[in-house]
Ligand binder design. Structure first.
Ligand code: IVH
Length: 669
């Protein structure tokens, strides 16, 4: 039984903490079952750290209050570069230090704080933060979270140890949870933080067990009969050695400049992280210096949370209108009282489609939560019904296109409404032209959105080819168009005629065909004539082209109208090379195909973006966190906890020189 417990705990750790299982689930299940059977035969030998004992307790009537060993502090916030500089200055002044300090830089996880007591390495108690001094005993619930070790591994664990961290719900789990809630007709959670906090404080541990919660440890409280290293980043590494999950993005940075760099990198990465963050945390790395700085009120003087711009805000809906897209799809859009959210002022937010509009029942006059995350278009999340004014009515679907008045069709089995006007609808024409001229399509510099509106509204342009027939005198009749800008625009148009097949295909705006598909099609067929005459079966051979997309493509090229558009463009001089490109030759020129890289620390000879571009040009992939699937970890100066993780997982570690020489061939040039 002891052996099974140890083996299962090891698999739990590999699966939930390292993200690197070594046995298939079925093998785990068999071992687990074996232990369950032994335990039912010898109940006296069941130990509390047995993996079968994660969900043990019956629902509780309430939570007991428990005192923390050391208080659980909160953090002071910084909202600007200036706030951060002031924080660093105050720290330096108190320490009488001159020169850059080292900081542990960590994501600020958006979940619920937790205090974990380990006695002789065994998890004996878990408590919420409460008022910072006394929290609620949620041990039974926390035990069900698989990334929380019931027993610490490795050596040197102090007899008594309070571990501080955040319980959170990864986004993917949150999405699935809400999807299931919606299917079951239950109320979804507003965000992963509420879902995590709610699940953690549920009275029935069996319910908590069914929720996809996870832990990242970020600090310690009481440490008795044992010691920890003198720097915070090393403490995190030690916690990680003992089997506690630590955010892989944690890094060591130097001075305000290092902090600002980290903030910028994390802000950029924010949208693609697997979990929600509401900022980053900087902590003076030297634990002795932390002690010298001490705390004031309930926050340490040695740490600060530099918050990201809030991604959600409240505002009111002025109206709901329908926007007509490139393919005629009508999208309901809420016009809003302008609000600053996610780092920008938002005055329109999408409602996606009719079903969403009706499900959320957004009405003019409503107070709503708008969300703008990263580069994602702002959306209306939900309505605050308690704030709905009297006498509102639900928004009805239009029967005619708001732009061209053609009848609107609801496609069977689709949530989409479509304007039937086709290229007779100015809205569709405008969108098609915007797409045609956009940076990743023909890339016509200076042909902006408003100019396209004017060109369509004045009937100067009907189809893409018309753009290339424009004259300076025609352009000069438009608003804010002098001779100089007209000439410049014509030059840009002329330049854009030299393009590639993949850009040209993308620019045509064939339904469902995005950039990646255009690229795949161009590589596969090389010549446009081959593409235009290909059968659905031939399309099926192209990577990622399914039968539906193949249908769209063949239908597009069969339509005489589209053939004319293409003929016209070619006759006007739009051209590209129809020779296979060298990188199509196979793996010879893409030697890094199938390899994934993670970059950490500061590289001396190139920026991370440059390194990423070079790796990708050679067929490799760059990802942000180290897993068992990572081929190489490239370490620059001051790597963070990723290095420890790579070493633990046996991922090959390269320094910058090795990356340059052996892989990118920098030294051979
Ligand atoms: S340290 C000594 N580190 O933020 C300071 N807190 O606003 C104590 N949080 O209650 C906190 N990520 O729940 C620290 N990397 C991180 C954190 C973090 C999230 C939360 C924590 C705390 C709150 C304070």
């Amino acid at each position: 039984m002891l052996q099974l417990r140890i083996e299962l705990a090891e698999h739990d750790y590999r699966y939930h903490v390292l993200d690197a299982p070594v046995v298939p689930d079925a093998v785990y299940d068999r071992l687990y079952q074996e232990l369950v059977e032994l335990e039912s035969r010898y109940p006296r030998l069941v130990s509390p750290d047995s993996p079968t004992q994660r969900v043990g307790a019956a629902p509780a009537a309430g939570f007991r209050e428990v005192a923390h060993g050391l208080p659980m502090l909160s953090l002071d916030n910084a909202f600007s570069r200036e706030d951060l500089e002031n924080f660093d200055r105050r720290v330096q002044e108190r320490l009488d230090s001159a020169g850059d300090l080292q900081y542990s830089a960590e994501p600020k996880l958006d979940g619920a704080a937790i205090n974990l007591w380990f006695e002789n390495g065994e998890l004996v108690r878990a408590a919420t933060r409460g008022d910072g001094r006394v929290g609620e005993d949620v041990t039974h619930n926390v035990r069900t979270i698989h990334s929380v070790p019931l027993r610490l591994r490795g050596s040197g664990v102090p007899r008594l140890l309070e571990v501080r961290g955040e319980i959170f719900m990864p986004r993917e789990g949150f999405r699935r949870l809400n999807e299931a809630a919606q299917k079951a007709g239950e109320k979804p959670f507003a965000n992963p933080r509420n879902a995590a906090a709610g699940s953690l404080r549920h009275l029935d541990p069996r319910l908590t067990a069914s929720r996809p919660l996870a832990l990242f440890a970020y600090g310690v409280g009481t440490v008795a009969e044992g010691s920890l290293p003198p720097r915070h980043t090393e403490v995190l590494d030690r916690l990680s050695d003992w089997g506690l999950p630590v955010a892989p993005e944690a890094e060591l940075v130097t001075g305000v400049a290092g902090c600002l760099g980290y903030y910028a990198r994390m802000l950029e990465k924010r949208a693609e992280l697997a979990y929600d963050t509401d900022g980053v945390v900087f902590k003076v790395n030297d634990v002795d210096l932390q002690a010298r700085l001490g705390t004031v009120a309930r926050a340490p003087r040695w740490a600060v949370a530099y918050k990201f711009p809030a991604e959600e805000q409240l505002t009111t809906v002025e109206s709901v209108h329908f926007q007509v897209g490139r393919t005629g799809v009508l999208t309901p859009v809420a016009r809003l009282e302008p609000v600053f959210v996610g780092g920008a002022t938002v005055s329109n937010a999408t409602l996606h489609n009719l079903d969403e509009l009706h499900r959320k029942d957004v009405r003019p006059g409503d107070t709503v939560i708008v969300r703008r995350a990263g580069d994602v278009i702002p959306e209306v999340m939900s309505v605050l019904l308690e704030r709905r004014p009297p006498q509102t009515s639900p928004v009805r679907a239009p029967e005619r296109c708001p732009v061209c008045s053609s009848p609107v069709l609801r496609v069977e089995g689709e949530a989409a409404l479509r304007c039937t006007g086709g290229s007779a609808c100015p809205a569709q024409r405008k969108e098609a032209l915007r797409h045609f001229a956009s940076r990743r399509a023909l890339n016509i510099d200076g042909l902006g959105s408003q100019l396209i509106d004017q060109l369509v509204d004045t009937d100067l342009v009907h189809k893409p080819g018309d753009l290339f027939r424009l004259t300076t005198s025609q352009l000069q009749q438009l608003d804010r168009m002098g001779e100089r800008s007209a000439t410049k625009l014509l030059e840009a148009m002329s330049r854009s005629k030299a393009t590639t097949l993949e850009r040209f295909l993308y620019a045509l705006g064939i339904p469902e065909v995005g950039e990646a598909t255009s690229k795949a099609l161009a590589r596969h067929f090389v010549r446009l004539s081959a593409l235009m005459t290909a059968s659905a079966e031939e399309f099926a051979e192209v990577e990622d082209v399914g039968p539906i997309m193949a249908g769209h493509i063949t239908a597009y090229f069969q339509a005489p109208h589209n053939q004319e558009v293409i003929q016209d463009l070619r006759a006007l001089g739009v051209h590209w090379s129809e020779e296979a490109r060298p990188d199509d030759a196979g793996t010879a020129e893409r030697p890094l195909k199938g390899k994934t890289f993670v970059l950490t620390g500061t590289l001396a000879g190139m920026t991370r973006e440059e390194a990423t571009a070079r790796i990708e040009a050679l067929g490799g992939k760059v990802t942000s966190s180290v897993t068992a699937k990572t081929s190489y970890l490239v370490v620059g100066d001051k790597p963070g906890s990723k290095l420890a993780k790579a070493e633990k997982l046996g991922v090959e570690v390269l320094d910058e020189g090795q990356l340059g020489q052996s892989i990118l061939g920098v030294s051979e040039k």
